[in-house]
Design a protein around this ligand. Sequence first.
Ligand SMILES: CSC[C@H]1O[C@H](OP(=O)(O)O)[C@H](O)[C@@H]1O
Length: 346
Amino acid sequence: MTEALVSIEWKNDALILLDQTKLPNEIIYDRYTTIQSVWDAIVTMKVRGAPAIGVAAAYGMYLGIQDVTGSVSELKDTLQKNGEYLATSRPTAVNLFWAIDRMVNCAASLDDDSIEMMKESLLTEAKRIHQEDEDINRQIGEHLLTLLEDGNGILTHCNAGALATSKYGTATSPFYLAKEKGWDLKVYADETRPRLQGSTLTALELHRAGIDVTVITDSMAAMVMSQGKIQAAIVGCDRVAANGDTANKIGTLGVAILAKHYKVPFYIAAPTPTIDMQTANGDTIPIEERNIEEIINSLGKWTAPKDVQAYNPAFDVTPADLITAIVTEKGIVHAPFEENLKKLLN
Ligand SMILES: CSC[C@H]1O[C@H](OP(=O)(O)O)[C@H](O)[C@@H]1O
């Protein structure tokens, strides 16, 4: 086993982020001291994964008010404006907006404190969001483990791992807990074109942890399911709508359709900050479209004519009726999702 990679750390008054665009070949940590650099890290996916984006954004909101020296109301105004700016980085992962709101609401709740006291309270709130994420992920893993058995084959898509969060991951959390229990789970990781987070990130973190992981191309998912190798599919999420429709990395919908066909349980690992009860259903979840060169010039080699058209939605939406259960830190939610998510969250 090799030491676990840490995606996010607050150290010596700065945010330290592992540059995930360099993995698996280089392990490079960068130091961030401005909100602008955090915005760029989110846009360029140096830090990615809904929970990790939320934690990074919380620290970015704190970094953005360091230079405020005037009144308390000036600090609150700056925080509000910075939240609007940070919100332009990526549109789909609701954790970004959830973390921004947490920081703005934290400041709003601090009446007439001094500027320095408010800055201290905002750093405390960012650290709280960071620690909560770690606790949430372990609890999701414990609930997911009740749905699995020693020796199971599990298919996962993209990276909803420790690298997408502060620790453990969401979909990968049971793999780490299973190893602690001495179970022998066999993970099949979709490489997940075009960004390949499954092979560059999931395979990396699980392999380093000594967990049995096999990289497959996205197009092999059907075959491994048809061969009876998969007893469950577990994926992460970027936004769960009130009716259970779930946005996740592009290709997740295909995995869900295959799982239905092969009668494989399909689980969403969902921290409650990723559940957006303000969004009624999947039709209204904003889907990020990214640069088409991620497809036709991935890894710096043109694999299509340079002026060809391409379509690069970074996420798709899995309808609730393809989802077996949404597994949160507060418990396992089955259909009817709208009713049961409300019960879980209230
Ligand atoms: C627990 S990570 C959730 C989610 O985020 C990833 O997207 P991206 O790498 O573009 O930030 C992927 O969809 C994961 O499943």
